[in-house]
Structure formats: structure tokens, C-alpha cells
Ligand binder design. Structure first.
Ligand SMILES: NC(=[NH2+])NCCC[C@H](N)C(=O)O
Ligand SMILES: [Mn+2]
Ligand SMILES: [Mn+2]
Length: 301
């Protein structure tokens, strides 16, 4: 998926992770792997007609149709009691992942690792880029009437994400409308400021406690936007923001989530190797693979 933001290249993320040895790594951790081929968004492009929707959501038909396919795949995988590991693609796919997850397991708690809150809607967004909307489009009290948005009608009657069922970690670039929502809905947000103040260990303890205190067996979904990591380490992504997670902080987050034993699904998004030449692109993919390894259960000893 590349249609949720302006740059080409995010669609090569899955293939580069495969080439970097994803399958072998998962097998070594003891997973039985079924590698499902990439969803075909190119074919959808042909059926794209100019929409009647006047709101601010670029490529809403393409993003919507792609997310519908992903939602169905994720829902089916979870209902088979299997673990969907979702490879992006830009973060607009989070809409599809969340929709499918909430249909299969509505009690899921979501851990959103990101420099951004992705809490916009077509009415709120300043950019119109749908990779800034996956949380807003699913959240109770924020989500728009999807019947009005061509491509997203399928989302109209699905379950919504409750504001107390998500935690953010790593935020440092939040739009004014998003900030107001985080405050008014009292969403748990551990920004880079809290990470500096308390350290990543305590932040993850607070974040996981927020989601799991009342229900220790609650399934968890991890949405890992690679731009949460500092751009010195992960330059190959479309919306870099300075002052991000260090190498160890980024891994600690993944390890702490794996350690709960409750992780039921995960996605990694926004790898865009075409935005950084040579070494930077390779390093970003390599880091992505290492983070997947950590949240899929690799322990140091
Ligand atoms: N998944 C991302 N990288 N999102 C960036 C979003 C940036 C900005 N808040 C927007 O809505 O346009
Ligand atoms: Mn981001
Ligand atoms: Mn994001």
C-alpha cells in the first residue's frame, strides 16, 4: 500500500523483509509460517473512478478497497486462531488491520508505536493523507459516517475502538486537532517527553498496565510505525521526525510487548527504501526485521 501518503516505495517493504530473511528468522523462533502473497492493490487502481466525496481524504477508494481486503484476511486469520503478522505498506493499512481485529476479537488492546497519533479523519486532517487517519477512522466518538466516503462504506457497521483501549508510545509530532482529541478523550499517550522522564522500562510498564490491569488475558495488537524510531537509525520512511526512539528503546518496546504473552497480531509499517539511498535503506529494513524478531519472541538469553 502506498496510496495513504504521497511517496512511491512503501509497497516494497514486504518483499524486502522477505529477502532479508523474515521467514527463516520466524522458523528459527519456532513459528510455523504461511507466507500469504502481497494483496494486489494495483488491480484496484483500474477500477478507481473520480469520487463524489468532497472531503479531505486522498485516494479514499483505493485505500478503502485495500483495507477491506486486509480486514477480511486479518479477521479470518484470527478466527483460525493464527497470528496475523501484517507487513506494510503505509500506515493507512492500520484501518484494515484494526477493523478485522475488532470483528474477530473486540476486546483487543492496541499498542501504537509511532511519532504520530494517526488520529485524523477526513474532516480534521490538514494533509488529506490517509496514513494519518487509521486510528481516527476506527475510534468511537471520532470516526466519521463511513457511508459518506466511497470505498469505506464497508466500515460503517463494524465495531469501534474505545479510547481507553489504545496506548501511544513515541509520539512527537501531533496535529492540533489530534492533541485536542487525546486530551478530551483521555487517551493514554506516552510521548518522547514521558520516555525521557521515566525511561522506556517504566513507560512500557504503565502502558501495558493501562491496557491489561482489568483483563490480564486481553489480546493485544501491536502497530509499529518505523518512524517511531529515530531517523538516524531509520531514515527510509516518509515522515521522519527527529528525536525518536533509540536502538535499544525501539527493541525494548517490542520485547516488553512479547513478554506479556498476549500479543495476538502485529504490523510493521512505513518502511520506504526508495526514500533513502543505499545504506540507509538497508539499515532501515534490517532494523525492521530485528524489531519483528523481538516482538515475535526472541529473547536475548
Ligand atoms: N503514519 C504516518 N506516518 N502518519 C503521518 C501523519 C502526519 C500528519 N499528522 C497527517 O495527518 O498528515
Ligand atoms: Mn508515523
Ligand atoms: Mn503512523
Amino acid at each position: 500500500m502506498t496510496y495513504g501518503q504521497p511517496f512511491v516505495g512503501t509497497d516494497s517493504g514486504p518483499e524486502l523483509l522477505r529477502q532479508a530473511g523474515l521467514r527463516k528468522m520466524l522458523s528459527a523462533l519456532g513459528w510455523r509460517v504461511e507466507d500469504v502473497p502481497d494483496l494486489e492493490f494495483e488491480a484496484l487502481q483500474l477500477s478507481e473512478k473520480s469520487g463524489t466525496f468532497e472531503g479531505n481524504a486522498k485516494n479514499h477508494k483505493l485505500v478503502g478497497a485495500g483495507c477491506e481486503m486486509l480486514a477480511n484476511a486479518v479477521e479470518k486469520t484470527l478466527k483460525q486462531k493464527r497470528f496475523p503478522l501484517i507487513l506494510g505498506g503505509d500506515h493507512s493499512i492500520g484501518m484494515g488491520s484494526l477493523a478485522g481485529i475488532l470483528r474477530a476479537q473486540p476486546e483487543t488492546g492496541v499498542i501504537w508505536i509511532d511519532a504520530h497519533a494517526d488520529l485524523n479523519t477526513p474532516a480534521l486532517s490538514e494533509s488529506g493523507n490517509m496514513h494519518g487517519m487509521p486510528v481516527g477512522m476506527l475510534m468511537e466518538g471520532v470516526a466519521p459516517d463511513h457511508r459518506q466516503i466511497p470505498g469505506l462504506e464497508w466500515l460503517a457497521d463494524g465495531p469501534r475502538l474505545s479510547p481507553d483501549s489504545i496506548v501511544y508510545v513515541g509520539l512527537r509530532d501531533v496535529d492540533p486537532a489530534e492533541r485536542r482529541l487525546i486530551q478530551s478523550l483521555d487517551i493514554a499517550a506516552y510521548t518522547m517527553h514521558e520516555i525521557d522522564r521515566y525511561g522506556i522500562g517504566q513507560v512500557m510498564e504503565m502502558a501495558l498496565d493501562h491496557l491489561c490491569a482489568k483483563n490480564p488475558n486481553r489480546p493485544l495488537h501491536l502497530s509499529y510505525d518505523i518512524d517511531a524510531v529515530d531517523p538516524v537509525l531509520a531514515p527510509a520512511t516518509g515522515t521522519t521526525v527527529r528525536g525518536g526512539l533509540t536502538f535499544r528503546e525501539a527493541h525494548y518496546v517490542a520485547e516488553a510487548v512479547a513478554y506479556t504473552g498476549n500479543l495476538a497480531s502485529a504490523e510493521i509499517v512505513e518502511l520506504n527504501p526508495s526514500l533513502s539511498c543505499g545504506e540507509g535503506a538497508e539499515a532501515t529494513v534490517e532494523l525492521g526485521l530485528q524489531l519483528i524478531t523481538s516482538f515475535m519472541g526472541k529473547s536475548i538469553i
